[in-house]
Design a protein. Sequence first.
Length: 249
Amino acid sequence: MSPQDDAGRSPTAKPDARPLPTDAMIVVPVRDLVLFPELVFPVSVARPSSVAAIQQAVREQRQIVLVLQRDAQKDEIVPADLHQVGTVANVLRYVTTPDGNHHIVCQGVQRARILDFLPATPFLAARVLHIPEPTTTSSEIEARFLNLQRQAIEAIQLLPQAPPELVGVFEAATSPGALADLTASYIDIKPQDRQEILETIELSSRMEKVSNYLAERLEVLRLTNEIGQQTKAVFDERQREAILREQMA
């Protein structure tokens, strides 16, 4: 089924919309989002050129490449403003809200490296090199996988409002690369740090980077949890003292 807008209709083709070469891909710049393969995420689209790009992608049922821009504040984007590695994505849904805003729901498919941009296009389009996910296995990769999985589960359990089913998602992970990408998408880190992880193809190095970022967050979560328990203990003790004084009075 092709993606549809909020009225339930596929966006209608414009007279001047020209098909792109079959070996070219539509590039959509994003300010502060790094989409990883296999993950689903909503994206707001504001630039007129990006809106036109999305609409053509939906009309032609094309995949797009989401690429993080180097400066999130910049509005007018040229190829030099973008990172070279992005994520090929399927557009699952395209929605235009009553206030005129445009949103898409994307599912990451695969890493991709931009080779060269096409000239004279109404929006950014490029030829890309699809980067396959490594399938290398070793005792080091397995050890890093188990360590990262343990860290991620501990972090979720320390989060006060984390959904219980999230632990099951990490427990069910079997691919080292997918686990690293999934964890990176949940860690509270900067978009540039996520971009660094996206650009790290080799599995052992990718898991090490994610594990290091997660270790820093774990220290904060553990300390926060410890302070919370101490505060609760002090509050409970004062509450007991207050009840005792009331009873004695």
